[in-house]
Design a protein around this ligand. Structure first.
Ligand code: G6P
Length: 367
C-alpha cells in the first residue's frame, strides 16, 4: 500500500524516528546472533588481499563515506582514497591493481555515482556498493552489494538511510580489520557490543527533541551558521550543515575545528551561531580548545556533547544537548541524529517545504 506519515507532520520527522529500527534491522543482516561476529552476506573479493579502497558517493552518502574512511583507516589500517563522484569520474586517478571500489548510494541511481562506478570498473577495481535500493542500476553493475535495511526513504533530505550506511560501513570495517589481522576476537567483541547498543542509544538521541528545539530557535533567526567537528565528527558537522542548507535555506558551512584558525575564525561574531559536535572522544580536549577560541571572539556556542563531556561543555556553551556516552567507534552514528533533528526543527520554525525542498530531487539521475 501507499506509504503514509503515520501521524507525523512530515516524512522527514517519521524517518528520523525510524533511526533505531533501521540501525537494528541493518545490524541483524550482518551480525550473527549466536557468535556475535560480523558475517557479511556478500563480498566481491578476498578482503585480506585488497591493497587499498577508493570510496565515492554524492551528497549525504559522501559524508557517510568520510566516516567510513576514518574507520577503515584507523581500525582496519586499510589505505583509503576518497572523492565525490562528480570529481572522481573526471580525475583519472591512477588505481592500484586489485583495489576495492566502494560506492555508497541510497537510490543506486545517482548519475555521478554510477559514472564513477563505471570509471572504477574500467580500471579493474572490485566493485562493492552500499545501497538502500537493492534492485537498482548500481546493484546490477556491482560485483557485490551490501544492503542498508532502511526501507523506503521519502523525504528528499536523507536521514535514516545515512545512519544505515554508517552501520554497514562499521560492520565492513570490522570484517576488513579481522581479515587483515588488525582485530582479535576480544577487539571484535568490543566493537560488536558497541554496535548492538546503537538502537537504544539512537532512541536516547531522539528523546532530546526539546533541547534540540530550543537550539533551533537560535538558528532559525540566523543567516549563517558554522558547524565544527574533528576526526569522525568532521563529517557529522558536514552532514549537519548540508541538512540545514537543504531544508531551511540558511547558509551553513562545516569546518574541521582545528582548521578554523586558518580562515573562518574571521567570520565569527555573535550573529553567526556555532554548532559543534563534541562528544568525549580522544579529540574532545582539542575540540574544546577550538571552541574556546571561537567563544573568545564573541561566538555563540551550541554544542552536542555526551554525558562524559557535559560538565566541561556546560562551562562554555550557551546551549548544549547531552547524548549518551558511547564507544568512540559508534559516536558518529549517535551524534548524527541530533544534527539532522536540528535541521528539521529549524525548517519547521521557518515554515519551509521540509519534505520537498526547492530545487532538490531525491534522486539525481542527470549529470
Ligand atoms: C540527492 C539527494 C541527497 C542525496 C544525494 C545522493 O542530492 O537530495 O539527499 O544524499 O542525492 O543520493 P544517493 O541516492 O546516491 O544516496
Amino acid at each position: 500500500g501507499a506509504i503514509g506519515k503515520d501521524g507525523y507532520q512530515h516524512f522527514m520527522e517519521k524517518e528520523l524516528h525510524e533511526h533505531p529500527l533501521v540501525i537494528g534491522q541493518t545490524l541483524q543482516r550482518m551480525i550473527d546472533p549466536a557468535t556475535r561476529q560480523v558475517v557479511l552476506p556478500e563480498l566481491p573479493c578476498n578482503l585480506a588481499e585488497v591493497p587499498r579502497a577508493v570510496m565515492t558517493a554524492c551528497g549525504s552518502a559522501f559524508y557517510a563515506a568520510m566516516v567510513g574512511r576514518f574507520w577503515l583507516e584507523s581500525v582496519a589500517r586499510l589505505p583509503v582514497d576518497i572523492d565525490i563522484a562528480s570529481e572522481l569520474r573526471y580525475r583519472d586517478p591512477p588505481l592500484t591493481k586489485g583495489s576495492l571500489g566502494l560506492l555508497i548510494s541510497q537510490s543506486g541511481e545517482t548519475a555521478d555515482t554510477l559514472a564513477a562506478l563505471r570509471t572504477l570498473r574500467q580500471n579493474s577495481a572490485h566493485i562493492l556498493s552500499v545501497l538502500n535500493v537493492e534492485h537498482s542500476t548500481m546493484a546490477r553493475e556491482s560485483d557485490a552489494v551490501l544492503g542498508t535495511a532502511a526501507g523506503p526513504e521519502i523525504s528528499v533530505a536523507s536521514t535514516k538511510a545515512f545512519t544505515a550506511q554508517l552501520t554497514v560501513l562499521a560492520c565492513l570495517t570490522i570484517a576488513v580489520a579481522r581479515s587483515r589481522g588488525m582485530l582479535d576476537a576480544a577487539g571484535e567483541e568490543e566493537l560488536v557490543t558497541a554496535l548492538l547498543d546503537l538502537p537504544s542509544r539512537a532512541a536516547d538521541a531522539l528523546a532530546q527533541a526539546d533541547a534540540i528545539r530550543s537550539m533551533a530557535r537560535i538558528i532559525a533567526d540566523a543567516s549563517n551558521v558554522l558547524y565544527l567537528g574533528r576526526g569522525s565528527m568532521f563529517p557529522v558537522a558536514m552532514e549537519g550543515a548540508l541538512k540545514l542548507k537543504e531544508i531551511s535555506y540558511i547558509h551553513a558551512e562545516a569546518y574541521a575545528a582545528g582548521e578554523m584558525k586558518h580562515g573562518p575564525i574571521s567570520l565569527i561574531d555573535n550573529t553567526v551561531p556555532i554548532v559543534a559536535s563534541a562528544p568525549f572522544t580522544p579529540l574532545f580536549d582539542k575540540t574544546l580548545s577550538n571552541l574556546q577560541e571561537a567563544k573568545a571572539r564573541g561566538g555563540r556556542l551550541l554544542v552536542f556533547t555526551d554525558t562524559k563531556g557535559a560538565e566541561r561543555v556546560s562551562a562554555i556553551a550557551e546551549q548544549m544537548v547531552v547524548l549518551p556516552h558511547v564507544h568512540d567507534f559508534t559516536a558518529p552514528v549517535v551524534q548524527t541524529i541530533p544534527v539532522q533533528m536540528l535541521a528539521y526543527e529549524v525548517a519547521v520554525l521557518r515554515g519551509t517545504d521540509v519534505d520537498q525542498p526547492r530545487n532538490l530531487a531525491k534522486s539525481v539521475t542527470v549529470e
